[in-house]
Design a protein around this ligand. Structure first.
Ligand code: FES
Length: 344
């Protein structure tokens, strides 16, 4: 590392992958083997029968002998996985690394978390720094998180040319071991894989190998660790704590009500949850002065969404669904948009 650390563990033979190219290669192999990839169609439900599953989508139904739900947060709640998972957003920046600079692939053990790696893009070496994670919907002022990452990076690396910033959502199980296997007790055609905790390239690949064996009824020694947990897992202390927190979120706005105020008080760029004709309304005035108003009640299980100023979205603190200012779903488990709402 180009700066002092108290101590470090060094892992040899670590590889860098380009996630997009890795995925493109898998997709190409899948199509080559006769698979079809259909994008831009939202799956809304899956019913499982003795000989097949039926998937209900926004564009009609399709059937398959087996269905794998490999979404971030499962949009189905057969095994109650949603009550045993958390959703976090984390932030990334990329800066040009001058030639000859030393930058490792590393993650710290302390807090705040910072992880670094390099990547080549169009002949330039970039330093990528990721961190500043938080529970989805738990903070509004998200825009400043990129600035904090930038400051941390400038203090430690010889970089000034910051090119990119972004954020991403990660889902974890309460004990940080993914759920991979049949979706619920009695399922033998519907599988899910989720809770990769930010390690999706390795966990996703391992999950695919395990699910292949489950579908083909082949032995796999990983099944004992992963598969049963997807179906059932006894509530522990973390489970109780997590769901008490979600219960409190759900109750908060019903008991106390959303903050008072009116849409006229919103300046361009401002957003607030308002009470309009007794309805919780998520209102945002865009930079051109136009108002966007939708229901503030998440269509997944009814928690109240909160504003994310860095990404201009309404985020749900309960299970991580996200919606754009016009209510369209950006991220599940919600599958239905927030209904448009009048402002009285
Ligand atoms: S994501 Fe579950 S209630 Fe919003």
């Amino acid at each position: 590392m180009p700066f002092e650390v108290a101590a470090a563990l060094h892992f040899t033979d670590q590889a860098h992958f380009h996630p997009g190219r890795y995925l493109a290669g898998i997709a190409e192999a899948f199509v080559h083997e006769g698979g079809n990839i259909i994008e831009g169609v939202r799956a809304r439900e899956v019913s499982e029968e003795s000989h097949h599953c039926t998937v209900g989508t926004a564009a009609g139904e399709l059937t398959a002998a087996h269905v794998v739900v490999a979404t971030h947060y499962p949009f189905l709640d057969r095994g109650g996985q949603f009550s045993r998972m958390t959703a976090r957003r984390s932030y990334g920046i990329a800066a040009v690394l001058p030639g000859g600079s030393n930058a490792g692939m590393a993650i710290n053990a302390g807090s705040p978390t910072r992880s670094t790696r390099t990547a080549m893009l169009n002949g330039e070496e970039l330093l990528i720094v990721v961190g500043e994670g938080h529970g989805v919907g738990h903070v509004s002022e998200t825009g400043q998180r990129w600035a904090r990452l930038q400051q941390w990076t400038q203090e430690r690396y010889n970089v000034t040319d910051f090119r990119y910033h972004w954020s991403a959502e990660e889902t974890s199980t309460l004990d940080h071991v993914p759920f991979v296997g049949f979706a619920a007790p009695g399922s033998n055609r519907l599988l899910l894989a989720t809770g990769f905790d930010g390690w999706g390239m390795t966990n996703g690949t391992a999950a695919a190998m395990l699910m292949r064996d489950l579908i083909l009824e082949q032995d796999n020694s990983w099944a004992a660790t992963f598969a049963r947990r997807a179906e059932t897992s006894l509530p522990g202390k973390e489970f109780v704590k997590h769901n008490l927190h979600i219960g409190k979120m759900w109750l908060k706005d019903r008991v106390g009500g959303p903050p008072k105020g009116s849409s006229e008080e919103l300046e361009p760029g401002d957003a607030a949850v308002l009470k309009v004709d007794g309805e919780q309304t998520a209102a945002y005035r865009d930079e051109n002065g136009a108002l966007h108003a939708v229901s503030a009640v998440c269509t997944h299980m009814g928690c109240t969404v909160g504003w994310n100023d860095g990404e201009k979205s309404w985020d749900c603190p309960c299970h991580g669904s996200r919606f754009n200012p016009d209510g369209d779903v950006l991220h599940g488990p919600a599958t239905a948009p927030l209904p448009k709402q009048g402002l009285g």
